[in-house]
Write a protein that binds this ligand. Sequence first.
Ligand code: SF4
Length: 407
Amino acid sequence: MNKYSIQDNTIDSVDLKCLVVSKGVKVANNVYKVYSKTHRLGVNPLMCNCMILSDGTIVQLTDMGFHLRYLTGILSWDNLKLLKYASELETPFSLRLHEGKAALFYREELVDFVSFPPRNEFYFQKTSSGLKFIGNAVLQGLDWVAFQCLWPCEYAAAGKPCEYCFFGGQFETMARKNKPLPDPVGAGDAAEIVKYAVERCGCNSVQITGGSTFDYKREYQLVVSYLEAINSLVGRENIKGEILLYITPPRDLKIIDEYFKLGADRIACSIEVWDENLASTITPGKINFTTRERHLAALEYISGKYGPGKAFSNFIIGIEPFESLKEGATRLAQRGIMPTASVWMPMGRPVNGSMQAPGVEYYQKVKELFAELYRKYGLEPPKSRGLNVCIERDIWNYSGQGQMSGD
Ligand code: SF4
């Protein structure tokens, strides 16, 4: 794992990933020009670019120049609002050509030379029904195909989106304007996207994600339809890594058994924020509609029946005090539930009135904590190489238990 010196601070690649994900990067135009023909790097923010540090760590590459223009478009932000947060959205990181290669800079200091995944045609495809891949699915790192939101979020449409969630914000706006919510992505379409990603882009792992729902039976039908379609079109045996499923904790826990039978490897009912007061502001739908109890019941059901690490809950790293995050992550890990860590990207929607990400010390404490929990309770995150904003596998590698994500 690389060590870096930034402004006289020694940090490693997990710390650097956290800083870069939370701050974004200014990408020079000539980086796109040189690399986009041969590598997976594009100017459309829906392409979910990533870069690869020289030790193989995969890092989300949010170009702040494009990102701000994109946000003003989709969220119809007025200039005043943007001005209010403009100073919080400044990034010290830039990506430029240096000695003919792409290099990451912290202000004027060279941090590392980086690379990108090889180019493929994923984002230019449509399914046989005409659904564009772009906007519905993304490739992450080298191994993952992930769906952003296969079915709309009913909590957001009911006026309770999570503050950090782009899709939640969009669904809330649609509902407020009395616009109909989009239909869920068809199972056949989703399976075709997975097939292309596996057969043509080298992916071996899949994330299935949708919005939170009020009707667990309806969500069950959707999830089963996706898993069955993937099984019949791609074949579970051809997905060599893992299928992760993110669900609303159902009232009837037995339906979870069906998901495992159909090929899910792990299931998340993500709590995101442990502190309940903060959660009522940041994740109002999850805490009020689903309730903390139902999340815990579903997670404990899975870990009790299927073993350590089969249940997991994501935490958004950077939006709550370290102490409450520690309490939540520890409580879950003690019960065999893996706390996973996705770095807050405060670049679109203010959370609790702020777009200010924490400093590196916060991320370092999280890294130490999660490494210890993973070690102590035998929780190993998926092996696949690199999720853009999630750091659980990077932390595992850091803890000396695994190999680098590039291996
Ligand atoms: S419940 Fe999930 S999809 Fe809905 S707003 Fe929150 S994070 Fe977004």
